[in-house]
Ligand binder design. Structure first.
Ligand SMILES: Nc1ncnc2c1ncn2[C@@H]1O[C@H](COP(=O)(O)OP(=O)(O)OP(=O)(O)O)[C@@H](O)[C@H]1O
Length: 245
């Protein structure tokens, strides 16, 4: 049976100021299944970052339903949203957002240290080192981020996003600050993580990287213009199941 990680229905987002209202999202329906890889692309201002912020519970929709693993999360309080975010969601940003005052190890450990239930020290150590191994950076555990190259910093950011074993990894232009060689290496790493079961949702302007996804969403003016799925995706299977019912 397929597991639905994300289910959005009729999601809208309106930013209102005294002078005007901006309808950033106008009725988004989106399903993301465990193990899926979704890419979101579209022109500047179409609502990509807004959608990613809502998916990551960094902001709340103006209307609509949003469920993570079957639990309604639209309208949560700030502290409840922060709790779910920390437990269920990992983030990778264009600007790696690492803290230069902390070692690589401590940067990766940070999401675990913010959890309500502290992990035993040995388990925390084990999880951080396992993530460093995944991104092939164990030899840099005691370095500071500003002693690393851009590509290495993004690998540390990936490790930090993975350390909490998130149900969903949200990725915003992961290669935007990298040259093409390092960008390709980061994308290879993300694809490998997805092949090993990590659920990914990525905003990108690069069509080559968008094409690597199993489900491709094109946004325009706050709406999903069209969605393409490769034949082997869970979404396609689900659509076929609906069709035969
Ligand atoms: N906090 C805000 N207040 C008012 N309007 C906003 C706010 N955030 C976004 N918007 C507006 O919502 C619309 C969608 O913005 P969003 O940042 O999601 O677009 P985007 O597709 O990510 O663009 P880009 O590719 O340029 O990053 C835009 O018209 C933007 O001006």
């Amino acid at each position: 049976m397929t597991t639905e990680t994300i289910c959005m229905r009729g999601i809208t987002k309106v930013f209102a100021t005294d002078e005007m209202e901006t309808h950033a999202l106008r009725g988004i329906d989106l399903d993301i299944f465990a193990g899926d890889f979704v890419s979101i692309c579209g022109p500047s201002g179409c609502g990509k970052s807004t959608l990613l912020s809502l998916l990551g519970l960094l902001d709340m929709p103006s209307a609509g339903s949003y469920q993570i693993e079957g639990h309604e999360v639209s309208g949560l309080s700030l502290s409840e949203a922060a709790y779910i975010r920390n437990e269920k969601i990992g983030f990778i940003f264009q600007s790696f957002n690492l803290i230069d005052e902390l070692t690589v190890f401590d940067n990766i450990a940070l999401p675990l240290r913010y959890r309500r239930h502290a992990l035993p020290k040995a388990e925390l150590q084990e999880r951080v080192m396992a993530c460093l191994k995944t991104v092939d950076m164990t030899h840099r555990a005691s370095h500071r981020p500003n002693q690393l190259s851009g590509g290495q910093q993004q690998r540390i950011a990936i490790a930090r996003a993975l350390v909490g074993s998130p149900a969903l990894l949200l990725v915003d232009e992961p290669t935007g600050n990298l040259d093409s060689k390092n960008g390709d290496a980061v994308m290879d790493m993300l694809c490998e993580l997805n092949n090993n079961g990590t659920t990914l949702c990525m905003v990108t302007h690069d069509p080559r990287y968008a094409d690597m996804a199993k489900q491709k969403l094109h946004l325009l003016d706050g709406r999903i213009l069209d969605a393409e799925s490769t034949p082997d995706t869970q979404s396609e299977i689900r659509l076929q199941q609906v069709a035969v019912q």
